[in-house]
Design a protein around this ligand. Structure first.
Ligand SMILES: [Cu+2]
Length: 501
């Protein structure tokens, strides 16, 4: 079966997008294995189509790794969703749990999936300690359901509720979010996928949604400071690398990835080893003639970008934001001392006066560590010496704050004269096998990754794992065996799992 499958994949992977699926299915029936089709020099990734008919009205469910879907019930012909805004505890990395505001237990909230032509009702409840209002981003909806507080509706008070109703006539990647700006930054968003009544061509085998978010969280705090602009925790679907769950695809699959960005920064999302085409925006599907190739797509604030490619190239390919500070954890003013500077090292996070070298207060020792130039400014609590350091010798306290890190005994390889080289160190103490925590983030989707991989994954970093049919079957088998409740991957496991209320 897999031989025939790969034959068909090769046979139809070139320039087939101009043909309809039904035409292709007819051709497929007339061809016997062994027949060859002439190859053209067009990039293999462009518009390759899987040669199997797609039932009209059916759609491939979008998978939102680490998040999952919001279940619905039917009231006559109306799809009814219960959406609950509430305070959530979101573990973005082992040992790092944030107090966020989200929906139905997570931030981002669960993804809502509907089909063009659906009538949709969202019963919204506000379990937050303050008023809110829900906006439906990109909807050509009726004004009473636009969710703009004070303009199209009254605020929904704490304990209150509101009923939103939509007649879905658009298709594409949309999202919902609080229309209160600070609440947005506390985590209040989720995906809203409108599937077309007649599936898009070419048909995709895998369809993923990834939310891009950022938080500014001071050391020893679990609460994002929504007024701070120094974002030190960058998350994909509420997880920082290496806790992000890889996107699992089979070699030959046509893959769609939908990015949604609701934050303060734009994110250039980059994929290794594959050329993709941008096929959709927050305004819906782009006509095929307008698709553009690339390996990096800039996802601006309040935008969605859909990209598609045929995963012919096997490997564990990085998918990440290319802003260097977005490939880090605990970046910005929480960064520890630099090991080389005029004073021997450069402390971080001290208050403004100390940061400028002005002596004041106690201990008052002018030669103390807290005096001298500083990276960033702290709020003046705690001591610089107690802070976690990541590019200098780690204190015992820093070690305690990162349980499971295999730093013990693992020292980075550095040149004998490293300390005399300008700019040293950069990554020597930050990205290394010594930072690995493979076991702490173990999951079926990580099966077979190179040992120590997690030491190099941070912030907005994830993989697209293009697996050979055998390895794919092995990983899918392990995912099934895990029998996870509310498994976001359930739609591609073919196994019944509990829904999410
Ligand atoms: Cu970024």
């Amino acid at each position: 079966m897999s031989n025939r499958r790969s034959f068909l994949q090769r046979a139809f992977s070139v320039g087939a997008g101009l043909l309809g699926a039904r035409t292709l299915a007819a051709q497929q029936m007339q061809m016997s294995p062994g027949m060859s089709m002439p190859m053209r020099s067009q990039p293999a990734n462009h518009a390759a189509v899987k040669a199997r008919p797609v039932k009209s009205g059916s759609y491939l469910p979008v998978i939102t790794p680490d998040v999952g879907d919001l279940e619905y019930t039917m009231d006559g012909r109306t799809k009814v969703f219960h959406l609950r805004a509430e305070v959530v505890k979101q573990t973005i990395l082992p040992g790092r749990t944030l107090d966020l505001w989200g929906f139905n237990g997570s931030s981002p909230g669960p993804t809502i999936q509907v089909t063009e032509g659906d009538h949709v009702r969202v019963l919204f409840e506000n379990h937050l300690p303050e008023a809110t209002s829900m906006h439906w981003h990109g909807f050509e909806d009726r004004i009473p359901f636009d969710g703009m507080p004070g303009i199209s509706q009254s605020l929904v008070p704490p304990g209150g509720s509101f009923v939103y109703e939509f007649d879905i006539h658009q298709t594409g990647t949309y999202f919902y979010h609080s229309h209160m700006a600070m609440q947005e930054m506390a985590g209040m968003l989720g995906g809203f996928i409108m599937h077309p009544k007649t599936p898009y061509q070419p048909h995709c085998d895998k369809d993923f949604l990834i939310h891009l978010q950022e938080y500014a969280v001071l050391p020893n705090s679990t609460i994002p400071n929504t007024m701070n602009m120094e974002f030190n925790w960058l998350v994909l679907n509420g997880k920082s690398g290496p806790a992000t769950t890889p996107l699992i695809v089979r070699q030959g699959d046509r893959v769609r990835i939908r990015f949604v960005n609701l934050g303060m920064d734009h994110h250039p999302m980059h994929l290794h080893g594959n050329t993709f085409y941008t096929t959709g925006t927050e305004g819906g599907r782009i006509p095929e003639a307008g698709w553009w190739p690339g390996n990096t797509v800039l996802v601006g604030v309040a935008q969605a970008r859909d990209v598609e490619f045929v995963a012919t190239n096997p490997g564990d390919w990085m998918l990440h934001c290319h802003l260097p500070h977005h490939m880090m954890n605990q970046m910005s003013s929480n960064v520890g001392r630099m090991t080389r500077s005029v004073m021997g090292h450069q402390p971080a996070g001290v208050d403004m006066e100390s940061g400028m070298g002005m002596m004041q207060g106690t201990p008052g020792a002018p030669m103390g560590d807290d005096y001298g130039t500083s990276l960033g400014r702290g709020l003046g609590f705690g001591s610089t010496n107690d802070m976690q350091t990541s590019n200098g010798a780690m204190t015992a306290k820093a070690m305690q704050a990162m349980p499971g890190m295999s730093m013990g005994g693992a020292t980075p390889e550095i040149a004998a004269d490293a300390n005399s080289v300008p700019n040293f160190p950069q990554d020597a103490f930050m990205e290394s096998p010594g930072m690995a925590m493979d076991a702490m983030v173990e999951r079926p989707e990580n099966y077979g990754l190179r040992p120590g991989w997690s030491g190099f994954m941070m912030g907005m970093m994830n993989f697209v794992r293009v697996l050979s049919p055998d390895t794919y079957a092995e990983v899918i088998g392990r995912m099934r065996e895990a029998k996870r409740v509310n498994d976001p991957y359930a739609p591609m496991l073919g196994a019944a799992t509990e829904g999410r209320a």
